[in-house]
Design a binder for this molecule. Structure first.
Ligand code: NAD
Length: 485
């Protein structure tokens, strides 16, 4: 089965409708994080490959793609959704092998989200309208919304299929063309999506997929003078580099960056459900989620009971082979990420916080870390301020509403937050005062492609999803027709 899915011929770059080797001939290895073994060798895009891909995307934009009816673009997106549905099992297996995500979670969460994203934007392709704005009696004045042009999409490894589609689908619906640079740790499903797009009938050059390293291929895309827009999801450090690179030709930029989200539990709500959701909020996807509820703020009156129950939940999580359908938590994506998480656990211990459960590597093969719960955490500690991006929950007690808000808002991030309360007034006060792009009340973590998604401060800027994404990939043009009086 592995041989059928992992076929070395399939790991070339996808440029201008063809699978090609890198011009340098270079390749890199992608590993299976559950075993540490080499999964595949993948062509490594260099600066010159990015240039060819951008030219191809430009030619497609100026040519067949630009000439196509909007409804035909929508139909192609629907056709792509059909092909993804046909190859769902293969995609889930490939994503699981490359990223370590449990195959069951991919089938339940990632693939449905990918399909929902495609169908949502397919329906929007022919509904991107301008406005007639009656500005003057002597003129007919109106706007049309034009696609921006060539989009560079740079994505991380934590949800390769889903985050990739969050960018590809709206960009293509708007009439842009795309050069997609997947993360070097998880290049495989992006290439497969590129193949399916060709099979669906997208013209050559509309979607190019160029695996490679961030500092070379990613940077080349950001620096390229003929790229009109960069849409990026990743770390704040790289987000800042992208802003600098994009200054060259003043590219538009959307940045979805990190988080250190607070999940606040009051005693006046459904505490049982809150604890369950707090567990999934941090342990889902091995904690490698930008909106993970990594800081669990608990009212001091229920702190000890919540810590105890959360630890019991952490201990009950089935950690193991991501290809087993019963597995709930897989490995971290790489050895480096595992070491980073273990290092943070060490930092937490040295800062004086207590490990209630977990706190060590799980097994000796692959990059697994035990689901870990820290208590005795002070808001100023590094484990409370910095994004760990692993299965590490920190529980912080608070005294009252003001204390909870001070702690919740007291990091450099503003991506998401949750509050659990039975008091409707408190719920509204918190939704108003929490600094976050999304605030969940009596739930934690759901997203929907119809709702704008994004953050502020070190969580980035701009919004994806919903109609906001249409604004990301189009620009209004004003037409002024002198009619005379
Ligand atoms: P990363 O920033 O290291 O890498 C992300 C992508 O950027 C990769 O494709 C990488 O190759 C590329 N890259 C690296 N350096 C580059 C450069 N100089 N120029 C251009 N591209 C470059 O992030 P990561 O480690 O892959 O992902 C984890 C981070 O992503 C976390 O901080 C997480 O919170 C964030 N994230 C945010 C969201 C969100 O929606 N806000 C979603 C998922 C992940």
């Amino acid at each position: 089965m592995l041989d059928r899915v992992i076929d070395s011929d399939t790991h070339r770059l996808l440029i201008d409708g063809r699978r090609v080797a890198a011009l340098s001939g270079r390749t890199f290895e992608t590993l299976n994080p559950a075993t540490g073994q080499v999964l595949a060798r993948v062509a490594e895009a260099g600066v010159e490959d990015i240039d060819v891909a951008v030219r191809s995307a430009r030619a497609a934009f100026e040519g067949p793609w630009g000439q196509m009816k909007a409804s035909e673009r929508g139909a192609l997106l629907l056709r792509l959704a059909e092909l993804i549905r046909r190859d769902e099992a293969e995609l889930a297996r490939l994503e699981s092998l490359d990223s370590g995500k449990p195959v069951s979670a991919i089938a339940r969460q990632d693939l449905p989200a990918v399909l929902d994203t495609l169908t949502y934007y397919a329906g929007m392709a022919d509904k991107i309208n301008g406005q007639v704005i009656p500005a003057r009696p002597d003129a007919l004045t109106y706007t049309v919304r034009e696609p921006l042009g060539v989009v560079g999409a740079i994505i991380p490894w934590n949800f390769p299929l889903m985050i990739g589609m969050w960018k590809i689908a709206p960009a293509l619906a708007c009439g842009c063309t795309v050069v997609l640079k997947p993360a070097e740790l998880t290049p495989l499903t992006a290439l497969k999506i590129g193949d399916l797009a060709l099979e669906a009938g997208f013209p050559a050059g509309v979607l190019n997929v160029v695996p490679g390293f961030g500092k070379v291929a990613g940077q080349a895309l950001v620096d390229h003078p003929d790229v009109d827009k960069v849409t990026f999801t990743g770390s704040p450090v790289v987000g800042r580099q992208i802003l600098q690179g994009a200054a060259g030709n003043l590219k538009r930029v959307t940045l979805e960056l990190g988080g250190k989200s607070a999940n606040i539990i009051f005693p006046d709500g459904d505490v049982d459900t809150a604890v369950k959701a707090a567990g999934s909020g941090i342990f889902f996807n091995t904690g490698q989620v930008c909106s993970a509820g990594s800081r669990i703020l608990v009212h001091e009156s229920i702190h000890d009971a919540v810590v105890e129950r959360l630890a019991a939940r952490a201990q009950s999580i089935r950690v193991g082979d991501p290809l087993e359908t019963s597995t709930a938590m897989g490995p971290l994506v790489s050895e480096a990420q595992m070491n980073r998480v273990l290092n943070y656990i060490e930092i937490g211990r040295n800062e004086g916080a207590s490990v209630i459960t977990g706190g060590a590597r799980h097994g000796s093969a692959g990059y697994f870390v035990e689901p870990t719960v820290f208590a005795g955490v002070h808001h100023d500690m590094r484990i409370s301020q910095e994004e760990i991006f692993g299965p590490v929950a920190v529980v912080i007690p608070f005294k009252d509403d003001e204390d909870a808000l001070r702690i919740a808002n007291g990091t450099v991030y503003s991506l998401a937050a949750g509050v659990w309360t039975g008091d409707i007034g408190r719920a509204h006060r918190f939704t108003k005062r929490l600094k976050a792009g999304t605030v969940w009340v009596n739930t934690y973590g759901p997203t929907d492609i119809r709702l704008p998604w994004g953050g502020a401060r070190d969580s980035g800027f701009g919004r994806e999803h919903g109609e906001a994404a249409i604004d990301n990939f189009t620009e209004p043009k004003v037409i002024w027709i002198n009619t005379g009086r």
